[in-house]
Design a protein around this ligand. Structure first.
Ligand code: 3PG
Ligand code: MG
Length: 380
């Protein structure tokens, strides 16, 4: 049996008689709210993707106890996310994990009711993969459901050790992720392209090395491209550049770099013409055309990381590429926080066959074909 079949076998959808059961549901609503403290259009996509499983459980008559993390600081709260969700569904918020509070609220939950717990990362135990802080909740619950694909590369209590405590299943979005990511991996016909941008090179380099033999082209943008440009002897001026050794793949002919760029004045120039004072902030029109030409001959594209400095508003290159993809009849997959937010903000979701909720998790799944949080459920 392959991973798709194994995961499907443990799809929560296949479990009969959820009515009256208490279900502990892990979702990932770790969203970036930005400096204004409110959830703006385009920032809510992880919430939206979580709704299907919550509504499925509710409509099946289960009582649903929701866990999630937000951010990496212990002090961060899910209250803003809860308020937003409470406008879509009816649910309660339990700010404290104290025994008495938990017993009082959770024991008295009726069929189809939903509560959300405060940020699991306020507890050290969570990241130590120790479920002791969840003990009172676990004692009251019958079934665990993981619908948090995007954090299942972490060996954290609420996506990992918790599966040892009760029968465990995958949520609807989780199953969807596995189906689509596997489909990209198993696409054999036609030209296969990886479009990589953004800044953080760590996991992306692993993905690049691992997938190169199976790909036809890798189109690079964002700060990732700067690393290759510099190594190929181009001046990159003041542009951001990770110190990372890529000497073993630098001359690989499948890797295509930008040929022009947008500088700090918004001007277009050839990539041969980066002065010491210039910064590369987006791909230029010739690069867009080159990338579009290659993509239009492909059969599948996987994209992670914006083509320009997204946080400073350099989104034009990414938007143009997304529009091109939207006109083509190809299998297209996108993932990563900034990339997805950019696409959703610009109403370009329909351009893609699938938008993964995962950033690091998606990359790790594509490299390894599984994740720790999947294995613990399959092993049960
Ligand atoms: C993500 O945003 O990629 C996931 O929610 C995981 O968050 P983390 O990188 O803080 O573990
Ligand atoms: Mg905001």
């Amino acid at each position: 049996m392959d991973i798709v079949e194994k995961v499907e076998e443990l799809n929560i959808k296949n479990v009969e008689s959820l009515s009256g059961k208490k279900v502990l549901l892990r979702i990932d609503v770790n969203i970036s709210i930005g400096n204004n403290g409110i959830i703006d259009p385009g920032e809510d996509w992880r919430i939206v993707k979580s709704l299907r499983t919550i509504e499925f459980l509710r409509d099946s008559g289960a009582s649903v106890i929701i866990l999630s993390h937000i951010g990496r600081d212990k002090k961060e709260t899910l209250k803003t996310v809860f308020d937003y969700m409470n406008n879509i569904l009816t649910l309660g918020f339990i700010p404290s994990y104290d025994s008495k509070t938990i017993k009082h609220y959770i024991s008295n939950m009726g069929k189809g009711s939903i509560v959300m717990m405060e940020n699991v990362r306020q507890f050290e135990e969570e990241i130590r993969n120790d479920t002791s802080y969840l003990k009172d909740i676990i004692d009251l619950c019958d079934i665990y459901v993981n619908d948090a694909f995007s954090v299942s590369h972490r060996e954290h209590a609420s996506v990992n050790a918790v599966t040892k405590t009760m029968p465990s299943y995958f949520g609807l979005q989780f199953v969807n992720e596995i189906n689509h990511l596997t489909e990209f991996l198993s696409h054999k016909d036609g030209i296969k392209i990886l479009l990589l941008g953004g800044a953080k090179f760590g996991t992306k380099l692993m993905l690049l090395e691992n997938m190169l033999p199976r790909l036809d082209y890798v189109l690079l943008g964002g700060a990732l491209a700067n690393v290759f440009l510099k190594a190929r002897g181009f001046n990159i001026g003041k542009s951001f550049c990770d110190e990372i050794d890529i000497s073993h793949i630098i001359n690989n002919e499948k890797i295509i770099l930008p040929i022009d760029y947008i500088d700090e004045h918004g001007d277009v120039a050839s990539i041969d013409d980066v002065g010491d004072e210039n910064t590369i902030l987006d791909i230029g029109p010739d690069t867009i055309e080159l990338f579009e030409k290659i993509i239009s001959h492909s059969s599948s594209v996987m994209w992670n990381g914006p083509m320009g400095k997204y946080e400073d508003g350099y989104t034009e290159g990414s938007i143009q590429i997304a529009k091109t993809i939207s006109y083509l009849d190809i299998y297209s997959l996108i993932g990563g926080g900034d990339t997805t937010t950019l696409i959703v903000e610009n109403n370009l979701e329909d351009a893609f066959s699938f938008i993964s909720t995962g950033g690091g998790a998606m990359l790790e799944f594509l490299v390894k074909g599984t994740l720790p949080g999947i294995e613990v459920i399959l092993e049960r």
